[in-house]
Design a protein around this ligand. Structure first.
Ligand code: MN
Length: 492
């Protein structure tokens, strides 16, 4: 189980009234397998379908129905396990986890308890502004999702939608190796990057296809572990960080006031930014796990595992290393550009045959900035890689300056046309005609004779002249030509 092998950096400690506290975080990520049908039935899994239209008799738990394992889901679990550098168990088994829930008509969830399909593994995470950390994976097991209770359609009734019932989830359990909210969200980002690269889960947190249960406790740095609380179903990176911050603070306040932490399951209220009690572990669940008698154990062969291993796509870590070598961009850029598959694919299309560093800068700066501001996903970006490439080519062949390109980009993003089209339409082509530039330079020198006289003693004044000429040209003069002509005319 837990090994207290790492004490957090001091900067990650939370200071209390009398001393500092260290946060201990472990995560259970539920990732929905990207399969067309459910784990034990042929019903569809498509998102957003009319309620109760994707429910087989098995999913509705009609008496006498028999579950049949979806082989595709088994394969995805193995792929994911390999992506997490984890042990693949050739023998695994489905158990019944018994509990009552209105949206769980079976009265039990088919899950894996004693014998999960994937055992221990580890991944490396790189939290923003921190050092790389290895996070241990405890296990990955397969289980069914439950249905959904809907409370807000009627003041008096609760409705149940069983479309989700029986959908295949991979529960990925980490070791409690994280020590800050940033490490926790970096971990989820890394897991999401891995499953997306593998194609085993689409990682869409807004649709609930990837969500995290967050276990939080606090202790004096390096001291004994405290009692933990579990925050259920947190579904964005920001909420994960907020929930941990709030929960750690709450626990510290209780402990410093001489109280004790009750082990409990809590909910995160994203509107209020706080956690609150959902159920206490006083009524600690005894799920009465036992092997599901309707299902045979899963026996897979080493050949099956090796076959999957031989066909794994490139994973984020490998892709990052390749970007550094192939494109010569800094590790920092490579990490951001390989954080998920869509970014990496976009970058490779953009950088092909162009200046790779300029391509990286434009993606991470202007493009991501604009997407963030507009809350748009890269996949839905109004400027795709071809369109951005067209703009970069105009900078590359000096048709426009980098500065003008920023304005052009804004117009492209606002849907006002392609790069060439905007540049033509608005007459933004860079002036490279030396005669025209010479005239502008002369005009500026004439208008600033005082400064021109001082420039020999104070060469830094050249910057002032460059600025004036650029301004006079509406930003369109070629800066290099302006510089050369200015220096010549000023006798430098
Ligand atoms: Mn679970």
């Amino acid at each position: 189980m837990f090994t207290a092998k790492r004490v957090a950096d001091k900067k990650d400690w939370l200071s209390g009234r009398d001393h500092d506290w260290e946060i201990i975080i472990g995560l259970e990520v539920h990732a929905q397998v990207a399969s067309k049908s459910k784990l034990f039935s042929g019903a569809a899994t498509e998102y957003g379908a009319e309620p109760n239209t994707q429910v087989s008799l098995v999913d509705a738990a009609m008496p006498g129905m028999l579950p049949v394992v979806n082989e595709f889901c088994i394969e995805q679990a193995v792929r994911t396990g390999l992506g997490l550098n984890a042990q693949i168990n050739l023998y695994s088994r489905f158990d019944r986890k018994n509990y009552f829930y209105p949206d769980l008509p079976q009265g039990y969830q088919i899950s894996q308890f004693e014998f999960p399909i994937v055992g221990e593994g580890e991944i490396e995470i790189e939290p923003e502004g921190g050092e790389a950390v290895i996070v241990g994976i405890e296990r990955l097991h397969l289980e069914q999702d439950a249905g959904k209770s809907i409370h807000d359609l009627s003041p008096d009734d609760t409705f149940v939608d069983l479309n989700r019932s029986g959908v295949c989830l991979m529960e990925i359990v980490s070791k409690p190796d994280m020590r800050s909210p940033e490490e926790a969200s970096a971990y989820v980002e890394k897991v999401r990057g891995i499953v997306r690269a593998l194609g085993t889960c689409d990682g869409d947190m807004e649709k609930g296809n990837l969500r995290a249960d967050v276990n939080v406790s606090v202790r004096k740095p390096g001291g004994d572990l405290g009692t933990r609380c579990e925050i259920k179903n947190v579904n964005s990176m920001r909420f994960i960080r907020q929930a941990i911050n709030y929960e750690a603070r709450r626990q510290i306040d209780i402990l410093e006031a001489g109280g004790e932490i009750d082990q409990e399951t809590r909910l995160f209220d994203n509107a209020k930014g706080e956690t609150r009690t959902m159920r206490s572990k006083e009524d600690a669940h005894d799920y009465r796990y036992f092997p599901d008698p309707d299902l045979l154990p899963i026996n897979i062969t080493q050949e099956f595992v090796d076959g999957i291993k031989a066909n794994l796509p490139e994973l984020p870590d490998a892709r990052k290393a390749r970007f550094v070598v192939d494109y010569g961009i800094p590790e920092y850029d490579a990490r951001i550009l390989t954080a998920d598959k869509a970014k990496g694919d976009f970058y490779e299309r953009l950088a092909k045959g162009r200046d790779a560093k300029i391509a990286a800068n434009w993606m991470m700066g202007d493009l991501f900035g604009a997407l963030n501001k507009a809350s748009i996903n890269l996949d839905d970006s109004p400027v795709n890689s071809d369109a951005l490439g067209e703009l970069l080519d105009l900078i590359g062949d000096k048709t426009i300056s980098g500065k003008i390109a920023k304005d052009v980009f804004e117009k492209m993003f606002a849907g006002e046309g392609g790069a060439n089209e905007i540049v033509e339409r608005e007459g933004l082509k860079q002036v490279t005609d030396t005669g025209a530039i010479e005239k502008m330079v002369q005009d500026v020198i004439d208008a600033n004779a005082d400064q021109a006289a001082k420039v020999a003693d104070n060469p830094r004044l050249v910057g002032f002249f460059v600025g004036q000429v650029m301004k006079a040209s509406g930003g369109k003069a070629n800066p290099q030509a302006v510089n050369e002509i200015l220096r010549k005319k000023l006798g430098l």
